[in-house]
Every structure is written in structure tokens, then in C-alpha cells.
Design a protein around this ligand. Structure first.
Ligand code: GCB
Length: 638
């Protein structure tokens, strides 16, 4: 039977200058220099070495594989001096069969390279390309007859379920005389269907559908491989039964019911840790996303950890999954887009959460060979359809390329990255832009793949302005956008950029260098900005009340505005125990409060209350101006 051993501890790491350190996986060498600005984080080739004794296995009957769940960006695997595999692409799982190279004592050497090149995506983007083996390394010991481990990092199973209950299970394995037994189990692990074969159709009676965050019901497909009646290998794969459909006029449908997709984008990095996240980091991120009531996540701009897709299945998130084909088309990168797309689909086909494959992001930003780029897109679009007939394709378009650009009309769905009201003045332009596109292309499903605005919890403004990086302008921007979206149910999905602040070492656009502050939550996940609560008010039902501007405690105006976000119908505000007013409003309640030197504010909505302490200090507050286009060729500017 299959056994799995983690090979994460005690690696000897040698950096590009020959310095050595003992490290554990997950590890990145850019945890700190990738987050401090200057676009000077170390990109190059580093080496990881590990000595290990051969696991106990039967060389006649078994095979041993090495599995890497993520090494950014290219990796060369050498065991006992033999080069076994080279993998290009930093975000997908890859494996190699090491059986024939194994000795009693082994030296494993992995050369990991995040150098600048023109073949492996991403090369140009607004985030840090942390180098390292930043996800688990595993040894798999399997029977020589086993479910496939050699095809694009998949697990050898492809499950296609339909809402009337038919479940097709295709499987691939080694071992000529082996037989496949498939058993489907419900969430209580009760058997609901079983059969034999490599491509079989089973029926689940009265299927319990996977219905997003409302009811993310999961079945398990237990695949067993039998040789002479004995089970020699198995794979357990969770799956969901659901249908999806997108209507250009009515939006997204889940299991035949309108299900507007409203949510956020996510990058996979944390302050001080880079991309080397643990399960706890992933769980924290998911808990925060669930807290605001999002029902969709765009997992940008690359394949995320399997564990995170599992969490999305479990909690009912609808996921946009994509490859890092971003900002610039590289003529020599075509092959890499194809291999990353194949890995993405093969490795993630069975996740019910994933509802769309994303081909690229803002590819027109600095693409020179447009013809080649369009051909590459058509090839990827065809590939995705061929590999998966059940999911639509999409891409995230750069606003400046305009609604008529050919690139916006290749995929089944299109979503735009629009920062109108942030990079460009005029919040009202959102209305014009979207309504114009919808008018011109009424049959083209349209969404926002990104919209957002920088907000720093230590910058405040009494009169928030575009570009000031204040928490207040960010909230004002989102107040406009959330309403704008509510009025347009035809938008199939909208994704806030971003759920969390993230590192972009090349960034120098105001705020802290090296950081993108468009998160609703800070990079360390410690501070929920006011905008976080705005979405919570719109997207959740459990009553709560939140006073905005608590961090903006020192106010320069004697009579100040206090904003309160709540999903209750009515909020009463008190200042030093005295009722100021009771207001009925839709999520956003604004009160005018005369301030004393120190004033205790309390907001009450039903059984919920929140408090704040404000001071009147007539000194001007700090705010930053957006430094536009401060590019020196290295900085990330738009
Ligand atoms: C975009 C990019 C994203 C950036 C974002 C921004 O459109 O797709 O990677 O981080 O804009 O904040 O400028």
C-alpha cells in the first residue's frame, strides 16, 4: 500500500554567494528582501541538499517517488549525482521516480532558480517572485502497480459529476493486470455507489448537491487498485456534485439558481514569511475571507497550495484558478504557458470549488508581439476546453486595452481589472465603462477580476482624496463600488483586489516601498481595515456593528463625522453616554458628532455594540500623495 513521508526537515541550503544554512521546508530565501522595496531581492540559483536513508521498501514490488508541491521557479533534482528531472514553473506539484537512483544513504540536491529569464512565467508583475522550496517535499512509496503519478502532477483520477446523480470516474494507473474498484461515499462515509473499471459511470441516488457557501456538501471517491484480488494502491478524492452556468444578463448560476459571485482575490504571502506558508496561515486566510461573507475567491496570479483549494471545497468558495501568464507575452514562454495550464487543470480538475480557468492577466500591458500573444491565447483556450468540457475559461483584462481589443473576446467569460477612482480619477467612470461594455456586448458575460484602492491603517484624512493612501479614502472608494456592483446583477463575478496587503518588491507608488496596500486586511493579518467591515455589512447576516475611523482617533475638526457599518437596519450612536441620533440606513450610517477633548463613542444596533475613543486635537493629520509613474524601468508602475 502507498505510504507518504514528509521530507521537510534538515536541509542544507546554499545561497547564490555560497553561504550555507540549515533550513526546514517550507522555505524561501526572499522572506525579508522580497518585502522591503527597491526591486533588489535576490534572484538567482540556490541549492538545497538533504541526506536521507533509503526508506524501507521492496525493490521488486514497489517504486519510490519524490514529490515537490511547489519550488519557485525552476528546479533541477539530482539524486546521488544523477539528474532526475527539471521542472519549470513555481506553483504546481511535480514528481520524479527515484527508485533506480536510490542507495542505502542518499544525497538529494535540488537546484532552485528564480533568475530573470524569458521562458518561465511570471517575469513581470506586481508581486514578489519568492525563490525557494516553499511547499512540502514528500517521499511516496507505492506498489509498482499504482494510480498514475507521472502525468502533470495529478493523482490519476478525473471525476465528472452531474446534478442528476451520474458520476463518471476515469482513472489511469500502471500495472497491466491491475483492476480498478471505485466506491463513492457520502459525507457520513456511507457507501452510495460502487463499480469496477477505468472509465465508469456510477449513479448517486438523490444526490446532495454542493451548493457553495450555503451547503458545501462533499462526497468521497475511494479508488482502489487490485492485483490478484489484493488492494495494492488507493486514492481518496473528495468531490462535489454541482452545475454552473453563466448568463450575460443575469450573472452566475449554481445548480440552476442565481448565485451572484461577490468576493476577493488572494495572494499567498505573509509578512516575514513570504510564500512559505503553513496550514495555519492558509486556515487564517480562509477564516478572514469567510468572516466578510465572500462566496468567491480569485486565487491570483498562479496555482495556489492544494490545501487552500481543499479549504475552498470545504467552505463552498467558488474559485477562479489561473496560471501566471501575466503582464507581458514572451515569445519563448509559450511552452511554459501550456505546461502550467496542463498542470493546473490536471491537478485541480476534481475540486468542485473551481468554476473557471483563467488564462492570463493584463497581458496587453507590455506585450510587443500581439499576433503571437493572441495565438498563444487561442491555443490555451482550446487546450482548457479540451481538457475540461465542464468549465468556462476567463481572463483578466487590462482596462487600457479597451473594450474592443481582441484579447477581451477570446475566452468564454471576461473580467476587467478596473481601478477607476484610484489610478484614474472619477468613481462614476465605473458606471460608464461597465454599462458601455454591456451595451456593446450584451451577450458577453462580464465581471470585475480586480477593483481596489490602497488604504493604510496609519494614514487618515478628514477629507479623503484619491491617492492619499488613507484608510478613509479606501472605505469611501469601496462604499461606492459595492453599491455600483449591487446595481448590476448581470456582472457574473466581482473580486476585490485584494483581501490582504501583499509584497511587491518593485513597487514604489506611495505607502511603504515594496508593498501593495490594497488589502482589506494588513499583511500580518492583524488589522482589519474599515473596508473589511463594509463588505461584512453587505455580505453577512449575523448582526454586528462597527465604528469606522477608530484609528483616526486624533481629529482636527470640532464637529466630526462618524461612520458606522452594520448589517442591521437601525443604529443608535452615543457620545459620552448621550444619544446623538438613531438612524435607519442601508449598511452605512453617518452621524455628526461634536467632540470634546476626549469623547467616548458608542454605536448600538440591536444586541450589538461597538465603542471608540476620539480626541479633538487641532493639528493637521499626515497623509501621503500617490507618486505616479515614478518608474526607473525597474519600478512597477502602470
Ligand atoms: C493589477 C494587477 C495586480 C496588481 C494590481 C494593482 O491589475 O493584476 O497584479 O497588483 O493591478 O494593485 O495595481
Amino acid at each position: 500500500m502507498r505510504t507518504v513521508q514528509l521530507l521537510n526537515s534538515d536541509w542544507s541550503f546554499t545561497d547564490m554567494d555560497g553561504n550555507k544554512a540549515q533550513v526546514n521546508i517550507p522555505h524561501t530565501w526572499n522572506a525579508l528582501d522580497g518585502q522591503d522595496g527597491g526591486n533588489d531581492y535576490r534572484r538567482g540559483k540556490c541549492t538545497y541538499e538533504k541526506r536521507f536513508a533509503a526508506p524501507s521498501f521492496d525493490p521488486e514490488a514497489q517504486r519510490v517517488y519524490l514529490e515537490f508541491d511547489g519550488a519557485n521557479a525552476s528546479a533541477e533534482v539530482v539524486l546521488n549525482g544523477k539528474r532526475l528531472t527539471t521542472h519549470h514553473g513555481g506553483y504546481a506539484t511535480f514528481r520524479c521516480d527515484i527508485t533506480d537512483a536510490l542507495q542505502g544513504e542518499n544525497l538529494l540536491r535540488v537546484e532552485v532558480d528564480n533568475s530573470v529569464n524569458d521562458r518561465v512565467y511570471p517575469q513581470k508583475a506586481d508581486f514578489t517572485f519568492y525563490g525557494g522550496i516553499y511547499r512540502d517535499v514528500k517521499l511516496l512509496i507505492v506498489h509498482k502497480a499504482h494510480f498514475d503519478l507521472d502525468y502533470y502532477g495529478g493523482n490519476g483520477l478525473k471525476i465528472t459529476a452531474q446534478t442528476h446523480g451520474s458520476v463518471q470516474v476515469r482513472s489511469w494507473h500502471t500495472g497491466e493486470n491491475a483492476q480498478v474498484k471505485i466506491t463513492l461515499l457520502d459525507a457520513e462515509e456511507k457507501e452510495v455507489a460502487t463499480g469496477y473499471g477505468e472509465d465508469i459511470m456510477l449513479t448517486v441516488q438523490n444526490p446532495h448537491l454542493w451548493h457553495g457557501t450555503v451547503d458545501p456538501y462533499l462526497y468521497t471517491c475511494k479508488a482502489e487498485l487490485l492485483v490478484d484480488g489484493d488492494v495494492v494502491d488507493y486514492v481518496n478524492q473528495k468531490f462535489g456534485i454541482r452545475s454552473i452556468r453563466v448568463d450575460s444578463k443575469k450573472g452566475f448560476f449554481l445548480n440552476g439558481k442565481a448565485y451572484p459571485l461577490r468576493g476577493v482575490c488572494r495572494h499567498q504571502d505573509w509578512k516575514g514569511i513570504g510564500n512559505a506558508l503553513s496550514k495555519t496561515h492558509h486556515e487564517t486566510d480562509m477564516a478572514l475571507i469567510r468572516e466578510i461573507g465572500a462566496n468567491t475567491i480569485r486565487l491570483a496570479h498562479y496555482q495556489h497550495d492544494q490545501y487552500f483549494y481543499d479549504l475552498c471545497d470545504r467552505y463552498g468558495m467558488i474559485v477562479w484558478a489561473e496560471i501566471p501568464y501575466i503582464s507581458e507575452h514572451m515569445e519563448s514562454g509559450w511552452e511554459n504557458t501550456v505546461s502550467q495550464m496542463k498542470e493546473l487543470i490536471v491537478q485541480n480538475y476534481n475540486h468542485p470549488s473551481i468554476c473557471v480557468w483563467g488564462l492570463s492577466n493584463e497581458i496587453t500591458i507590455s506585450t510587443k508581439n500581439k499576433k503571437d500573444m493572441l495565438r498563444n491565447h487561442h491555443a490555451l483556450n482550446d487546450l482548457a476546453h479540451k481538457m475540461d468540457a465542464t468549465r468556462p475559461t476567463a481572463l483578466a483584462c487590462y482596462a487600457v486595452c479597451g473594450p474592443f481589443n481582441k484579447v477581451a473576446h477570446i475566452t468564454d467569460l471576461v473580467s476587467w481589472n478596473l481601478y477607476l477612482g484610484w489610478y484614474v480619477p472619477g468613481l462614476f467612470l465605473n458606471d460608464l465603462w461597465v454599462d458601455f461594455f454591456h451595451f456593446c456586448f450584451p451577450n458577453r458575460p462580464l465581471g470585475y477580476a480586480e477593483y481596489g484602492c490602497e488604504g493604510m491603517p496609519n494614514l487618515h484624512a478628514a477629507r479623503p482624496r484619491r491617492g492619499d493612501h488613507s484608510e478613509e479614502y479606501q472605505a469611501k472608494y469601496h462604499e461606492y463600488l459595492v453599491k455600483f456592483i449591487e446595481k448590476r446583477p448581470f456582472m457574473w463575478a466581482t473580486h476585490v483586489w485584494n483581501m490582504f496587503d501583499f509584497a511587491a518588491d518593485a513597487r514604489n507608488q506611495g505607502g511603504e516601498p515594496g508593498m501593495n496596500h490594497k488589502g482589506l486586511v494588513t499583511f500580518d493579518r492583524q488589522t482589519k481595515k474599515d473596508s473589511f467591515y463594509l463588505y461584512k455589512a453587505y455580505w453577512t447576516d449575523t448582526p454586528f456593528v462597527h465604528i469606522c475611523g477608530k484609528r483616526y482617533a486624533d481629529r482636527t475638526e470640532k464637529i466630526t463625522a462618524v461612520r458606522v457599518y452594520s448589517n442591521c437596519d437601525s443604529v443608535t450612536l452615543y457620545a459620552d453616554g448621550k444619544e446623538i441620533a438613531t438612524k435607519q440606513a442601508d449598511k452605512v450610517f453617518v452621524f455628526t458628532v461634536p467632540l470634546g477633548e476626549t469623547t467616548q463613542i458608542k454605536a448600538v444596533a440591536g444586541a450589538c455594540a461597538d465603542t471608540a475613543t476620539l480626541h479633538y486635537t487641532p493639528t493637521p493629520n499626515r497623509s501621503y500623495r500617490l507618486e505616479k509613474g515614478k518608474g526607473n524601468g525597474q519600478n512597477w508602475t502602470k
